[in-house]
Design a protein around this ligand. Structure first.
Ligand SMILES: Cc1cc2nc3c(=O)[nH]c(=O)nc-3n(C[C@H](O)[C@H](O)[C@H](O)COP(=O)(O)OP(=O)(O)OC[C@H]3O[C@@H](n4cnc5c(N)ncnc54)[C@H](O)[C@@H]3O)c2cc1C
Length: 413
């Protein structure tokens, strides 16, 4: 008889199945897609940023007040690094981000699959679990194909809503809700931010290294530095991904959100003004547009001038009045882009919200609502920043669930 059924063959479900099988449990994985680990293949742009050497709790977000540190500290980065090294994947570290040495996400999946085969884990693909019920101490799982499986322990690792082409849908949430769990409001995160600003379209395709700050109702929430990409409908790039959670939440709560770019973070407002004056002094006959060439990316010069409400690009720079120069400096230091949410789950890397952490025993990942049920990974109300944090959460929680689900004695660690 099967001891543990794992629903969902993503990062979290795969590690849960391996750890459970290593404890001697007979494990079955049910995956709705034709293959397990499809999403893993696209992580980190195909390189799989599988963890981070600095797993700071401040890089994680949850809507509940629960202390979520236990899984991340118990099954920490070093344990996950050793786990992969033992499987044959040494790691490569780039600015704290951890990748497989091969720089191929496919190699991470391959070694996991080899280990699953070695442990004789039964993998059933194209097996979407649609319902669950308890009978005589066993959990019965019905699939869309009409097949029913049962086991005393079930790990739900059904993932979030991000990027449906990799298997995510709402079934996992529906089933867990039926089991008595509460779902904190969900929204996409790590995704392009939408802005109605006409300047996005004007600067489309341009990348600028700058400070990006997210505001909600005029309150600064978070600031990031990095390369911002302007797109047809908004803003993208690593700093914007980090801020997207704030933009998405503001939109959900119908609050006014905006992202403010500081295009010259190394200069103060006064220094920008004096730089403009010294450029005018050196080249008084250049037009306002020409004044910035060589100092600021050409594609954003016209938007800066227009945003600063300077009527003519062709005005000789020496004719600029002091209030014009102040306005130009203000734009350079505070170019405001109102936000209108994000491009949504289709483009997102993660889901914020989900099953409340307070309903889970975070030492074992066991549900407090349904005995014998364990819940792991992105389906839970926790999301991390870009940088390997989400996969670390998936590994840590999956590992704990596998360990505890396989052992009757819950003092497994
Ligand atoms: C494009 C992209 C790039 C990313 N890059 C990174 C990165 O570099 N580093 C990082 O840390 N994070 C990254 N992430 C986020 C990370 O991939 C996820 O947080 C992580 O995979 C979550 O693991 P999981 O096992 O909880 O869920 P998933 O990996 O989503 O796995 C869930 C699995 O459950 C299956 N499933 C769902 N419902 C059912 C059902 N009812 N029955 C049976 N099976 C079901 C799904 O098909 C899927 O295979 C990225 C995400 C995306 C979309």
């Amino acid at each position: 008889m099967t001891d543990v059924i794992v629903v969902g063959g993503g990062a979290s479900g795969i590690i849960a199945s391996i750890i459970a099988a290593r404890q001697g449990a007979k494990v079955l994985v049910l995956e709705r897609l034709s293959r397990i680990g499809k999403k893993l293949l696209v992580t980190g742009n195909g390189r799989c940023n599988l963890s981070n050497t600095q797993i700071n709790l401040s890089c994680y977000h949850t809507t509940s007040n629960s202390d979520f540190s236990y899984p991340l500290q118990k099954i920490n980065y070093e344990m996950i690094r050793d786990f992969f090294e033992e499987l044959g994947v040494p790691v490569l570290i780039e600015e704290n981000k951890v990748y497989p040495f091969s720089e191929q996400a496919s190699s991470v999946l391959e070694v996991l699959r080899m280990e699953m085969n070695r442990l004789k884990i039964d993998i059933q693909t194209e097996m979407k679990v649609v319902d669950v019920f308890l009978k005589k101490g066993l959990w019965y799982l019905s699939t869309e194909n009409g097949i029913t499986y049962h086991a005393p322990k079930v790990v739900f690792a059904t993932g979030g809503m991000a990027n449906a082409s990799f298997g995510c849908d709402q079934t996992g949430y529906h089933i867990l809700k039926k089991l008595g769990h509460t779902i904190a409001p969900m929204f996409p995160t790590l995704v392009h931010v939408l802005s109605p600003s006409i300047y996005c379209k004007m600067m489309k395709g341009t990348k600028i290294k700058c400070d990006a700050a997210a505001y909600v109702e005029d309150n600064l929430i978070r600031k990031e530095y990095g390369e911002v990409l302007f797109t047809e409908d908004g803003l993208s790039g690593p700093p914007i991904f980090q801020l997207s959670r704030i933009a998405a939440k503001a939109n959900l709560e119908k609050k006014r959100g905006c992202i403010v770019l500081d295009l010259m973070p190394n200069l103060s407002y006064d220094e920008v003004i004096s730089t403009i004056y010294s450029r005018i002094a050196r080249h008084p006959m250049r037009t306002v547009e020409e004044l910035f060439i060589g100092w600021i990316h050409k594609r954003i010069v016209v938007p800066i001038i227009k945003y600063s409400k300077i009527e003519s690009m062709h005005l000789p720079a020496e004719d600029l009045e002091h209030h014009h120069i102040e306005q130009l400096a203000k734009t350079i230091k505070e170019f405001i882009f109102e936000t209108e949410g994000t491009r949504g789950y289709k483009y997102a890397q993660a889901t914020a919200g989900g099953i409340l952490l307070s309903e889970i025993d975070l030492k074992s990942m066991a549900s407090k609502k349904a005995k014998g049920i364990y819940i792991t990974g992105e389906v839970l109300d926790l999301d991390g920043d870009c940088g390997g944090y989400n996969l670390q959460w998936a590994w840590s929680t999956g590992y704990l669930a596998g360990l505890h689900a396989a052992q009757e004695n819950e003092e497994a660690l």
